[in-house]
Design a binder for this molecule. Structure first.
Ligand code: GDP
Ligand code: MG
Length: 402
């Protein structure tokens, strides 16, 4: 212990801080401990490649010895371990000390951000649009009931979504591994039910803009909340009827009105009513129609993409429009409850990728593309709204002044 004390005195306060920061960065779950096996990586992060192979080996062995009982190491043990290491490798002490000095710890910023996000939780707002009877409400129920929420606890028991007569938002809080997700889904009114459907996109368009306006008002208020509640629609699922004939005029006009204010993901409703060949042919038709009408669907091909993003988006582009099946009934097969549709000739499993693309859609929305959908909403759609709104105001003020 005496030797440790001597070594402690050899370290400056900032060097000790560097050690502590590195430890904290490794302690992702804020438990005050790190896995014994992780010590090597943390040390390499602080010291770079100054250590020789045999020194690393000694370190790993010592780390394992310290953490033998519990498998974890706390901050004090970590510091002792390093000081011990620095002390025993006296010949290169200077080099070690210098790199410890040089460790700034920018990378811990990322870690801090991650922790902050986890604590804050996520908000995600989805909207479903399409003609009545295409299975929108059913799909919303399916989303809530499928694996996302089934493996985790929801705060409120799932409510049955009423038949849609007006714009109607249902929110669920889903919790998974200490991460909270507030998932809100907006169902839209008797879209396409009128004799004249020319303006049926308007209430939806207004609803989207109303949320932008709410956000803008909050953002501009003098005393503003630390975290503005985000009710902006991050994604709109547009339901296409499984007709086999391509897009209807109503679909085209509606999507063209909405594509500048929201991320649109087209889906083929009730895909179980088509055969595989019909489905593929129908998809091709829809893709042609979308291209011809110059409808912008998510992920937008107009925004610059780097290699990673391109790779993540390629499979989605290939699959769009996603052919989905919804069901709020589960059947118990082999003691497992499976969501699906029982028909006279078989059982269509909603979450089986061989049967439909529901699980693909769910994963895209809630796992792989959620942040990107939110970013695009904020950086593209909201920004457009904001720019337009503010420049209108400037115009008005100038007009009044003149
Ligand atoms: P909404 O008006 O778009 O909200 O449609 P609903 O969710 O109320 O569904 C209308 C009808 O279609 C109901 O009888 C559902 O059981 C049925 N339905 C919903 N999803 C599917 C599906 O994927 N395939 C089939 N075959 N029927 C569906
Ligand atoms: Mg409905």
């Amino acid at each position: 212990m005496d030797s440790n004390k001597a070594a402690t005195q050899l370290l400056t306060e900032s060097q000790i801080t560097a050690l502590e920061n590195a430890f904290k960065a490794g302690d992702v779950e804020d438990r005050g401990v790190v896995d014994a096996g992780q010590v090597q990586f943390i040390v390499q992060q602080v010291l770079g490649d100054v250590l020789t192979v045999s020194e690393v080996r000694t370190l790993v062995q010592k780390g394992e010895a310290v953490g033998a009982a519990t498998g974890v190491i706390n901050l004090q043990e970590f510091k002792d371990l390093l000081i011990d290491l620095l002390h025993t490798t006296t010949t290169r002490w200077g080099a070690l000390q210098t790199s410890l000095d040089g460790y700034v710890g920018f990378d811990t910023v990322l870690e801090q951000q991650r922790k902050k996000f986890l604590k804050k939780g996520f908000e995600f707002n989805l909207m479903v649009v399409g003609e009545s009877g295409l299975g929108k409400s059913t799909l919303v129920n399916t989303l809530f009931k499928s694996k996302v929420s089934r493996t985790s606890c929801t705060n409120e028991p799932p409510q049955k979504i009423p038949k849609t007569v007006e714009i109607n938002t249902v929110t669920h809080v889903i919790e998974e591994k200490n991460v909270r997700l507030r998932l809100s889904i907006t169902d839209t009114p008797g879209f396409g039910d009128q004799v004249n459907n020319e303006n049926c996109w308007l209430p939806i368009y207004d609803q989207i803009n109303k949320q932008f306006d709410k956000y803008l008002t909050e953002e501009r208020s003098v005393v503003r909340r630390k975290q503005i509640p985000d009710s902006r629609i991050h994604c709109c699922l547009y339901f296409i009827a499984p007709t086999g004939h391509g897009l209807k005029a109503l679909d085209i006009s509606c999507m063209k009105k909405l594509h500048d204010v929201v991320n649109i993901i087209p889906v083929i409703a009730k895909a179980d009513t088509m055969t595989i060949e019909e489905r593929d042919a129908f998809k091709d038709r829809i893709r042609e129609d979308i291209a011809e009408a110059e409808i912008k669907v998510y992920p937008s091909s107009l925004l610059p993409e780097d290699e990673d993003v391109l790779q993540a988006n390629a499979p989605i582009r290939k699959h769009l429009p996603l052919a989905v099946v919804g069901s709020d009934r589960a059947l118990t097969i082999n003691n497992k409850s499976i969501l699906g549709r029982q028909t006279k000739w078989g059982f269509v499993e909603v979450e089986n990728p061989n049967h439909c693309e529901f699980s693909f859609l769910r994963d895209m929305l809630l796992r792989t593309h959620m942040q990107d959908l939110k970013d695009t909403t904020h950086e593209e759609h909201y920004e457009n709204y904001r720019r337009q709104k503010l420049s209108e105001e400037v115009g008005e003020n100038n007009g009044a002044g003149a």
